[in-house]
Design a protein around this ligand. Structure first.
Ligand code: SF4
Length: 317
């Protein structure tokens, strides 16, 4: 049974690869994939990266259509920055629970409570929440962005783990944290990391700042997916325990053939990221669905919060 099924699976995969390649040409489309996507998606992607790298790539793309293999807030970001292009999200249910833990109404109330505070908003948020914020940040530049703010009081939304990490690195500012978290990164426990360290004593542990505080305390390096990829390339260590979503293993293995990577738990999977399959991607390009748009009144303000972040980072170069 297995032999027959594997054969069938392989043939079906090849069929989908051909179909996607044809549709890409026909539609003048580019495929962007987040590092947490399934391997089969990362294999066909034109550009892979974290949400920030993909947003920048989207603005540079010359194609008419962007098939965004990720979650809704990322496709929204690409749509907002590229009003002249068609942005497709292959699975409309692919949302981000963290981004959904904050609403514009609740943020407005918080701003009323602290009128003197500036709002720093992690890119993992909706366009509407970005529009209501003063500046954006990513997991790799959050510390620098908060440091660069002239205000002493900062409302940091929506990830409390990243917020707490920033607070530790910028002690002279008062950070008011939102009670949001990434359901995937919160799953990793200290016990699981300690067990993995015992199993692989020579391995370095690398963690994403969306992880719990006690997990971050065990890390040799804390950083974004882009940061982890860079760190591993430059490290002389040969083995690593990876404290982020398991999709990153694909790129890590591609970039570092001689090194070994271990997941501290099999449960480190973002269900939303894994919704996109080759079949859904092919259907998306064929039927031009689901087109993601952001109302211009929101996009205008949200673009400002993003460009402020880019300006701060550029000024530091
Ligand atoms: S990994 Fe976390 S932050 Fe990223 S999409 Fe999944 S739930 Fe959202």
């Amino acid at each position: 049974m297995h032999r027959h099924d594997q054969n069938f699976d392989q043939k079906y995969k090849e069929h989908l690869h051909r179909k996607i390649a044809e549709l890409k040409k026909e539609r003048d489309a580019i495929i962007l994939a987040h590092n947490y996507q399934r391997e089969e998606i990362q294999e066909v992607a034109d550009i892979k990266g974290d949400s920030y790298a993909l947003a920048v790539a989207a603005t540079k793309a010359k194609n008419k259509v962007i098939a965004f293999c990720g979650v809704l807030f990322m496709a929204e970001g690409a749509a907002m920055l590229n009003p002249d292009k068609t942005v497709l999200l292959p699975v409309k249910e692919a949302g981000c629970p963290l981004a959904e833990m904050i609403t514009v109404d609740k943020l407005r109330k918080k701003k009323e409570e602290y009128p003197e505070a500036a709002v720093v908003c992690y890119v993992n948020s909706s366009a509407a929440v970005k529009a209501e914020s003063d500046i954006c940040c990513t997991s790799s530049n959050a510390v620098e962005i908060v440091k660069a703010m002239k205000e002493d009081k900062i409302i940091f939304v929506p990830d409390k783990n990243l917020g707490r990490y920033v607070r530790e690195h910028v002690p002279d500012k008062e950070l008011i944290l939102w009670d949001g978290y990434c359901v995937t990164h919160m799953r990793l426990t200290m016990e699981e990391v300690l067990k993995a360290k015992e199993l692989y004593p020579g391995a370095e542990f690398l963690a994403h700042p969306e992880c719990r505080k006690e997990v971050l305390e065990l890390a040799n390096y804390v950083g974004s997916t882009a940061g982890i990829l860079k760190y591993v390339k430059g490290s002389s260590a040969k083995e690593f325990i990876i404290g982020t979503e398991n999709g990153l293993i694909y790129q890590l293995t591609q970039d570092n053939p001689g090194k070994k990577f271990y997941m501290p738990t099999n449960e480190f999977v973002c269900a939303n990221m894994k919704l996109t399959t080759l079949g859904w991607l092919a259907r998306s390009l064929e039927q031009m669905m689901y087109v993601i748009t952001v109302p211009e009144n929101i996009a205008v303000k949200a673009r400002k919060t993003l460009s402020r972040m880019i300006d701060v980072m550029e000024a530091k170069k």
